[in-house]
Design a binder for this molecule. Structure first.
Ligand SMILES: Nc1ncnc2c1ncn2[C@@H]1O[C@H](COP(=O)(O)OP(=O)(O)OP(=O)(O)O)[C@@H](O)[C@H]1O
Length: 579
């Protein structure tokens, strides 16, 4: 069996109890199909003989009783099997999400967000169809196939063999069509991923689209991607619709042969008419599960295409990994040392032989022209990527030797993106420490100069701030992020352009909040506005991935280096942020 299917079905293992119940019920339903076909012969015989009038009363009552029993079994079977399938799909979705969220940044650099979302929704949705069919239809149809098969062999084995000669002929085209269905499903899901990307990009960037009047452009882009999807889906529809007529045409050959041979056997007296009716009833009923099995096969192929993409995403390897004997460490003092580190996202060198040291509680500023590698250096410090050469030490430990969760506890980040979630203010702050009580949340907000504006909001700390904090101003968002970082209380702080988007008034307040945050922590500050970092213990000037200067403001301002030139520029034209 296809390894992707085996892996999918393995998710059903925990729900074997439900599977057993549904298997038992499906046996009853399937066996009844055979019983109905079998009973045609004795009932017809009695009716034709015309002696037993009681049969006219018994048969309808019997039919009702059997159908009630069949209905109960079918209901139990359907609900249990669908529940098992749904639970398995839920586990797959959970696994995919937790697997994806734990991937490293290198993975996210390669994947469009919309594509990832599309796999979580569309691909899993298609797997869900398959799962319902595999576990639902397959078992029941197999049982009724076997029971009906027994009836036709019992009635007349020569005719049964004749009828079965045609079945193998249907297999080859069915397989061929199944393969085409799988490939076209995969391709249409690829295109759907592209649609997901457009949706994600355009809805999250709606402000820019409106400001630039790009509605028409993005609508065209969406339409053409949607058209591409239709193109792929048309192929898929063609193959799926082709499957049934092809198999029915081949099956009709078997029916024709049986009618012809069976009819001649009845005429020559080698078979009774009621036996032939029973045979034909079983045969016609038999083709029903055969057709359904084939339909299930196609749905399974389609969902295998989706499952391949889902498992491919689950299996994507991390480049940043935890060593098996990684060290668990408590709170570090905050001593950081970079030893001749080099790094590139691809072949190009972005960080080139950088060495620097920060003692506990010190403030290190990273400044320099755009694209110099400041944010990359901060990302390397948090081990979002591994260095290609050299090493980064935290309290003397190489980052690569530490446990990931222990490492994560050492850092708090405030960056210009002010990432907030569609949740209440309190919960957004609590992301810094999920088990923090209300008093701790409030204390953090107070230290971040956020408490007063929070109280003015309609529901205070319980106010929902909307998608990405859309209902707050830039400065308010930034102070919430600072409160979150304060609550985390990590020994090392990274501020990446934390005040860049603010006016002077809010910046003053945010700066005060930051001063609170920096107290007794090793802090790395990335800033374009040199005024905000003048009091740093060390200012490191980065250009093209190299340290071109390092020292205190006093050391650097007097020289003729890059720092003093940048400083001169910013303060001469009073245009902060012009670098
Ligand atoms: N995820 C990424 N994938 C590939 N290249 C990247 C990625 N992030 C940054 N780069 C490249 O690395 C270089 C350094 O970028 P980085 O963001 O570290 O610079 P920076 O000094 O922080 O710039 P800025 O001041 O503009 O924020 C740039 O040339 C950039 O194009």
């Amino acid at each position: 069996m296809n390894p992707v299917l085996i892996r999918t079905l393995a998710y059903l293992k925990p729900y074997w109890g439900l599977l057993v119940i549904s298997a038992l019920c499906s046996m009853v339903v399937g066996a009844m199909d055979g019983a109905f076909a079998y009973l045609v012969e004795p009932v017809l015989k009695k009716i034709f003989a015309g002696k037993d009038t009681g049969i006219f009363l018994l048969v309808p009552v019997g039919i009702i009783a059997l159908f009630v029993l069949r209905g109960i079994c079918r209901f139990t079977y359907d609900t249990t099997i669908k529940l098992a399938g749904q639970k398995a799909i839920q586990d797959i979705r959970n696994d995919l999400y937790s697997n994806t969220i734990r991937k490293d940044m290198a993975f996210y650099n390669k994947q469009a967000t919309g594509e990832l979302m599309s796999r979580m929704t569309n691909d899993i949705g298609m797997m869900q169809d398959g799962m319902a069919n595999v576990v639902c239809g397959l078992f029941r149809d197999m049982i009724s196939f076997i029971s009906l098969l027994s009836v036709i062999f019992y009635r007349n084995w020569q005719l049964a063999i004749l009828c079965f000669v045609v079945l193998p002929i249907t297999i080859y085209p069915a397989q061929l069509i199944g393969k085409k269905i799988k490939n076209s499903a995969r391709r249409s899901l690829d295109v759907m991923g592209g649609i997901g990307t457009i949706l994600q990009e355009t809805f999250s960037g709606i402000k820019v689209i409106k400001a630039f009047g790009l509605e028409g452009t993005v609508i065209d882009r969406f339409r053409s991607e949607n058209l591409a999807f239709l193109g792929q889906y048309k192929k898929f529809i063609k193959y799926e619709s082709l499957a049934m007529p092809v198999s029915e045409m081949i099956i009709s050959l078997g029916i024709a042969a049986v009618v012809w041979l069976g009819g001649s056997q009845v005429m020559s007296g080698r078979m009774t008419a009621s036996e032939l009716f029973s045979f034909i009833a079983a045969m016609i009923m038999l083709f029903n599960p055969v057709k359904k099995l084939q339909g299930s096969y196609n749905t399974i192929q389609r969902s295998a295409g989706a499952a391949e993409r889902v498992f491919q995403q689950m299996d994507a390897q991390r480049t940043v990994t935890e060593q098996p004997d990684a060290l668990e460490i408590g709170r570090v003092t905050g001593r950081v040392e970079m030893r001749a580190i080099s790094f590139g996202y691809g072949d190009e060198t972005i960080i080139d032989q950088i060495s620097l040291k920060a003692e506990p509680g010190q403030m290190v500023a990273l400044v320099g022209p755009s694209g110099g590698g400041k944010s990359t250096l901060a990302a390397l410090l948090m081990r979002l990527y591994d260095v290609n050469q050299g090493s980064i030490l935290l309290d003397g430990h190489d980052l690569r030797h530490l446990r990931m969760d222990a490492l994560n506890r050492q850092f708090a980040l405030v960056d210009q993106e002010t990432t907030l979630f569609n949740d209440t203010i309190a919960n957004n702050i609590r992301y810094g420490k999920p088990d923090a009580d209300d008093a701790e949340v409030e204390a953090a907000a107070q230290a971040a100069f956020a408490h007063d504006f929070i109280l003015e909001l309609p529901e205070g700390y319980a106010t929902n701030i909307g998608d990405r904090g859309i209902r707050l101003s830039g400065g308010q968002r930034q102070r919430i992020c600072i409160a979150r970082a304060l609550l985390k209380n990590a020994p090392i702080l990274i501020l990446d352009e934390a005040t860049s988007a603010l006016d002077t008034e809010s910046e003053k307040m945010v700066q005060q909040a930051l001063d609170n945050l920096m107290l007794n922590r090793t802090t790395f500050v990335i800033a374009h506005r040199l005024s905000t970092v003048m009091h740093a213990d060390t200012i490191v000037v980065l250009e093209k991935g190299r340290i071109v200067e390092a020292g205190s403001h006093a050391d650097l301002i007097d020289g003729s280096g890059l720092y003093s030139r940048l400083h001169g520029l910013q303060f001469s034209d009073q245009e902060p942020g012009a670098v």
